[in-house]
Design a protein around this ligand. Structure first.
Ligand code: HEC
Ligand code: HEC
Length: 285
């Protein structure tokens, strides 16, 4: 008797699971296309196009044909892990696209598959990212102040110059822990820099802003500042001979001239020559 009850019970459970599973998967596949498009536009489009050419990362058109689906899922969830594990394709990609490493994407397998469906569909409506709007002078100035920690970041993250340097007239010697950012805007584009600031793909930087992300306005200001530093860089001489040094040189020289003038006046008043002259006049009399 008991045995039969158990047997029916153990049959009922899997049947229910199957039904639930079917319902869920039907539901999921109907929601798929839209989710894939949304995920792509918000998470991938800053760095990838579908048929629009290379951006920060490779063009993803036809990626399902050139790579295995399991490989893509594994790679997208954690590119750094794949590279560190020595996966040949991942290592080759990372060399080609160095220094930027794609950030880990906290997506489920199903979500990545839905993004791949969207990419395979040709990526309807996935325009190249919008060009970075021109920042106002006030935003650029704020970006400069934030970069150097003259103004505190709202959520308490460290100032960028504790790790990075930028060649800019108003920035005095930043950190050397991480790469110099003078030309990062032309290397990665506005949307690439934006994506990095929004979710830093580099472990050290990620750790520094964990739980204290940059606000949207801060990102806009910082991107504006980095763009301005990049644009002015070409016009500027190397830092060692830059305007800062020239100005301090002029001020230094002015101070010296004033000092000399003062000393000179003193000397003239009590001139040794005058004393000798006076003595000689006196003795010749
Ligand atoms: C911050 C920029 C950035 C973002 C955001 C980003 N990627 Fe990437 N992606 C890269 C770079 C750079 C590479 C080249 C490999 C490397 O250096 O890590 C890459 C490589 C890839 C590859 C391998 C392409 C190939 O030719 O084999 C796939 C697939 C991929 N990304 C998918 C995605 C998906 C899906 C998303 C969104 C969920 C995404 N990426 C978001 C920068 C990014
Ligand atoms: C705790 C140290 C640290 C801080 C603070 C930090 N970063 Fe980074 N950042 C890094 C590291 C490490 C990298 C990886 C590249 C490298 O090794 O130089 C990086 C990379 C970058 C890159 C990509 C560089 C490239 O050439 O691909 C950008 C852009 C960037 N940081 C901007 C910023 C900005 C803007 C701030 C301030 C809001 C900031 N970082 C604060 C450590 C830091």
């Amino acid at each position: 008797m008991r045995k039969t009850v158990l047997e029916t019970g153990s049959l009922v459970a899997p049947t229910w699971l199957l039904v639930v599973g079917l319902v869920v998967s039907v539901h999921a596949s109907s929601a798929r296309a839209e989710t894939g498009a949304e995920i792509f536009k918000t998470r991938c489009a800053p760095c990838h196009t579908i048929g629009g050419g290379r951006l920060v990362g490779p063009d993803l058109k036809g990626v399902s044909e050139r790579r295995d689906e399991a490989w893509i899922i594994h790679f997208v969830q954690s590119p750094a892990t794949a590279i560190e594990a020595g996966d040949a394709t991942a290592v080759a990609l990372s060399k080609e696209f160095a220094p930027t490493v794609m950030p880990d994407q906290p997506l489920t397998k199903a979500e990545i598959v839905s993004v791949l469906d969207y990419i395979r569909s040709g990526g309807e409506g996935s325009a190249a990212p919008e060009p970075e709007p021109e920042a106002s002078p006030a935003e650029i100035a704020r970006g400069e102040a934030l970069f150097q920690g003259k103004v505190r970041l709202e959520n308490g993250g460290p100032a960028c110059n504790s790790c990075h340097d930028v060649k800019h007239a108003d920035v005095i010697g930043g950190g050397v822990l991480a790469r110099e950012l003078t030309t990062v805007f032309s290397r990665l584009g506005g949307s690439g820099v934006r994506a990095i600031l929004g979710s830093p793909p580099f472990p050290v930087m990620q750790q520094a802003y964990l739980g204290r992300p940059l606000t949207k306005d801060e990102v806009t200001s910082l991107v504006g500042f980095l763009r301005s530093a990049d644009e002015h860089h070409a016009l500027r001489q190397p830092r060692d001979y830059g305007p800062k040094l020239a100005i301090s040189g002029v001020i230094g020289a002015a101070i010296l001239f004033i000092l000399y003038a003062l000393l000179w006046r003193k000397r003239r008043k009590k001139s040794v020559n005058q004393a000798i002259y006076d003595r000689q006049i006196a003795s010749s009399n």
